[in-house]
Design a protein around this ligand. Structure first.
Ligand code: NAD
Ligand code: MN
Length: 497
């Protein structure tokens, strides 16, 4: 794919042209207020760009334009086969600009360049392509009516979609929304996180180049409490789709209730249990997966395996295997292709994570790996992947989503106890089970209250299966054909024959 070295990436970073403006009706533009904010790289603290800070005035313009574009039918009434071709072209453009997008992502949020390129950009393009390819293969329904009636059950695009996304997989979370939202014919306003706005801003231009009409895909960078809130409270936004924290997810439901009852679809936080039974098929593989489950993407993953539940009979043997496996996950320069742990997204997030490590000590958990800030001399925000053993599920580090590389190890004795601990959380995003007993695997998987369950692996999945949460991890699903439900209204048309 690429043979670029760290020096090559550094060189490209120096000459990179970074766009920081909003994108409305096919044009980059300033905010009405003229306000901007500084975009700082967590890699080394360098200033990357001044980014436009939108507010309610910009939301007003973008929503009005998105509505007019929707009503004009230039995209919403285009034949699905035609929308498909444009979506595929959009995916191809994402791939053609893959190195530029990967570099923007890494500089903006600190993840390793190899991950940005091979995971984020590749999966984002795939999400757009998959959704586009599907759209001319979906049929509507004819109801089982009496002989003298015809009942049509059809899906229509819902109208104006506002998508508010987080900073951990900025491009990918955007594309999980954009794929089905655009494929089904809606107009979209994307509000990226203020911590990582650059790739969203960049791809708006690529969408136009692909042939998506002006006004169909708009980007409003800015803060949650300004432009995010304005979109969520807007009377002419039909659907709000969100990925982010449970705290903000709850607030968005309030905004919808206070305004126009817009549909609200939420992908929120997690505190996912990774359960290792003594009869796991391969303890070393399980340990390697447990290490990756907390260190990948610096632990800034909604499905991070942050609670490792280990059967007590193997715990003394298993924990050292995880500690050993974690040695291969150590922070390094994100522009080095060999790095697999980068910088945390910013100083605030680093201090949150260090605060949780302190809480682990204070609550009496036993530190067995990591625990410190490192590479401080770089000016970046790096924290060692960290493991606490002897954790009780009631401790803060076991209850709250840390969103950083901090693993809590909890012992158990029986299947019932493992399931009870696993489900003793307000979240329900994901869970994993390691066992070679088929019945135990299925029975445990069924008992787990989570939207994704993995057996003898961690974090499997692609566009073919739905992704989302039970309980306070959210509602609705991204990915797969199920995602299309969020972006369409169902209509029944009754014809008397
Ligand atoms: P966050 O909730 O702080 O912010 C998410 C987005 O909401 C940002 O764009 C932010 O600007 C915006 N926002 C903040 N306040 C707002 C308001 N009052 N009105 C409207 N918008 C507002 O989350 P984050 O820190 O960016 O991301 C981390 C969180 O995302 C974690 O909880 C993680 O689990 C979750 N996440 C979930 C999934 C999933 O698919 N379930 C995937 C990735 C991340
Ligand atoms: Mn940033």
């Amino acid at each position: 794919m690429t043979s670029l070295t760290r020096a090559d990436w550094e060189q490209r970073a120096k000459t990179l042209n970074i766009e920081g403006r909003a994108f409305i009706h096919g044009e980059y533009c300033a905010a009405q207020s003229g306000a901007t904010f500084e975009c700082i790289s967590p890699v080394d603290g360098r200033l990357l760009a001044q980014v436009v800070s939108c507010d309610a005035a910009d939301a007003e313009i973008a929503v009005r334009d998105a509505r007019a574009t929707f009503d004009a039918g230039v995209w919403s009434r285009l034949a699905p086969a035609k929308r498909k071709r444009v979506m595929i072209r959009f995916a191809e453009l994402l791939e053609q600009h893959g190195e530029e997008l990967a570099l923007l992502e890494t500089l903006d949020m600190g993840k390793p360049i190899g991950d940005s390129l091979h995971i984020d950009v590749a999966s984002a393009a795939n999400a757009i392509r998959w959704s586009g390819e599907a759209i001319d293969k979906i049929y509507d329904e004819v109801a089982a009516t009496a002989h003298d009636e015809l009942g049509l059950v059809t899906r229509e695009p819902i109208g104006v979609v506002a998508a508010i996304v987080p900073w951990n997989f900025p491009l990918l979370m955007s594309c999980w929304k954009l794929g089905p939202a655009l494929a089904t014919g809606n107009s979209v306003i994307l509000k990226p996180s203020e911590k990582s706005p650059l790739t969203a801003i960049r791809i708006a231009r690529l969408a136009i180049e692909a042939g998506i009409p002006a006004g169909v895909f708009n980007v409003l960078p800015g803060f949650g409490h300004t432009v995010g809130k304005a979109l969520a409270l807007h009377m002419d936004v039909d659907t709000l789709v969100f990925t982010g924290s449970t705290k903000i997810a709850k607030q968005l439901m309030v905004y919808a209730g206070e305004s126009n009852m817009k549909r609200v679809w939420l992908e929120a936080g997690g505190k996912s249990p990774n359960i290792v039974f003594a009869d796991a098929p391969d303890l070393e593989a399980a340990a390697a997966a447990a290490a990756g489950a907390i260190a990948f993407n610096q632990g800034e993953v909604c499905t991070a395996g942050s609670r490792l539940l280990v059967e007590n009979s193997i715990k003394e043997r298993f924990v050292p295997l995880v500690v050993e496996a974690l040695k291969t996950w150590q922070p390094g320069n994100p522009l080095d292709p060999a790095t697999n742990v980068g910088a945390l997204v910013d100083t605030t997030q680093m201090n949150n994570v260090l605060g949780y490590i302190q809480a682990g000590h204070d609550d009496g958990a036993k530190l067995v790996a990591g625990g410190k800030r490192v590479l401080e001399e770089t000016g970046g925000t790096y924290v060692e992947p960290t493991i606490f053993d002897g954790v009780d599920n009631a401790m803060r580090i076991a209850k709250e989503e840390i969103f950083g590389p901090v693993l809590s190890v909890i012992g158990f004795d029986t299947v019932e106890e493992a399931v009870a601990i696993a489900n003793d959380t307000v979240y329900g995003l994901a869970a994993a089970v390691w066992t070679s007993n088929l019945s135990k695997a299925h029975l445990t998987a069924k008992a787990l209250r989570a939207g994704s369950v993995w057996v003898n692996q961690y974090d499997g999945g692609d566009m073919t299966a739905p992704f989302g949460g039970f309980k306070q991890s959210g509602n609705g699903r991204d990915k797969s054909l199920h995602a299309f439900d969020k972006y369409t209204e169902l209509k029944a048309t009754w014809i008397k024959l």
